[in-house]
Design a protein around this ligand. Structure first.
Ligand code: ADP
Ligand code: MG
Length: 351
């Protein structure tokens, strides 16, 4: 199983001037106004009418099972504003339109309940905005939380709120709260464009075995709604917006560089150069598994931004072909790994 998968999801459109089409389950065609056609391949390609349940069931459901087996997982939605990142990750509170977060939360709640009494499921939620980390589950959040490396060599956020989830109802309330707190602002490109990166972190702690032989196993899944990847020169911004744009692009630029470096097997992976990549560092090495969802709008007018996303994906594709052999960025934890039980059957009651 590869350590990084890149999938593509096309957003529905009312426009007749479409420049990006699904060709088959792995290929999209990008058609330029001059009639040139290029094909791009992905692990999987989802069309405009593919459901939230399909995206979750085919891509995320089995990753949730991996977390219980001690594997760190991250799911990132990447793409320009208005292409469906938030729809994919958070979804809407309408039956059938729930996104990856509530579906994963429900499954984790159910699965952890069936483990030993000592097992624990916790949730944290933060956003990276202007290269500052803000706790979305704290009523009185600090302006910027610091990152540090813990005794096991894992990156942690100092003072980040971590709440225990005993039931799906616990989650539901926190989900609403954090969504409201997320920083959104108006830009000329899209009135409600999200300019922050939102990271939902679920962590599972479980004890395997009994007595003195018992082993603690911990793993996390990060579900990330990245800020819009558009060229911010298009957004006619005030000075403040310009600063935000630059910093949003910094995190995304570094994210691309990190993926390129991993692909090239470079010794120095530049995760330290942005808050976002430091926060997600554990997703880029060791036994981690990353799913990158490229959200794209198929309209011709968006082709420039779409093609920028597609170029990113071709970089990511190299990673897919050359997994992280010999690359050690995190100190392995002293935990045993059980065989992976892959479970691709959706167990979520969401339609
Ligand atoms: P982003 O977070 O990338 O800026 P959104 O998730 O807000 O984009 O999506 C923009 C609009 O398109 C929203 O109104 C959303 O409901 C709609 N949308 C996006 N993807 C889909 C989809 N696959 N099916 C139905 N509506 C979608
Ligand atoms: Mg959004």
């Amino acid at each position: 199983m590869s350590a990084l998968e890149v999938i593509l999801r096309l957003r529905p459109t009312k426009s007749e001037a479409v420049g990006l089409y699904k060709k088959d389950s792995r290929t999209v065609i990008l058609k330029s106004k001059s009639g040139n056609q290029e094909e791009y391949k992905f692990e999987r390609v989802y069309d405009t009418d593919d459901s939230q349940q399909t995206i979750y069931g085919e891509n995320v459901c089995h990753l949730v099972t991996k977390v219980l087996d001690g594997v760190n997982v991250s799911v990132l939605a990447y793409g320009p504003t208005g292409t469906g990142k938030t729809y994919t990750i958070e979804g809407e509170s309408v039956s059938g339109k729930e996104g990856i977060i509530p579906r994963a939360a429900l499954e984790l709640c159910k699965k952890v309940r069936h483990l030993s009494d000592d097992s624990l499921l916790t949730i944290s939620c933060m956003e990276v905005y202007n290269e500052k980390i803000i706790d979305l589950l704290n009523n009185d959040p600090k302006p910027d939380l610091k990152l540090f490396e813990d005794a096991q060599g894992l990156i942690e956020v100092e003072g980040l709120t971590k709440l225990t989830l005993n039931s799906f109802d616990d989650f539901r309330n926190l989900f609403l709260l954090a969504k409201e707190r997320r920083t959104v602002g108006a830009t000329s490109l899209n009135e409600k464009s999200s300019r922050s990166h939102a990271i939902w972190r679920f962590r599972v702690n479980r004890k395997i075995g009994t007595g003195s032989d018992a082993i603690d196993r911990e793993a996390k899944i990060d579900l990330v709604d990245l800020a819009g990847s558009e060229d911010n020169r298009k957004t006619l911004s005030t000075d403040q917006r310009f600063i935000e744009s630059t910093k949003i692009n910094l995190s995304l630029t570094v994210l691309k560089r990190v993926i390129k470096s991993v692909a090239a097997k470079e010794k120095n992976i530049p995760t330290r150069e942005s808050k976002l990549t430091r926060l997600l560092r554990d997703a880029f090495g060791g036994n981690a598994h990353t799913l990158l969802i490229l959200n794209v709008g198929p309209e011709e007018e968006n082709l420039r931004d779409s093609s920028a996303s597609l170029d990113f994906s071709t970089v990511a594709k190299q990673v897919l072909n050359s997994p992280f052999e010999g690359l050690s960025m995190t100190t392995p934890k002293k935990t045993s790994r059980m065989p992976l039980e892959l479970n691709r059957t959706p167990t979520s009651p969401f339609a």
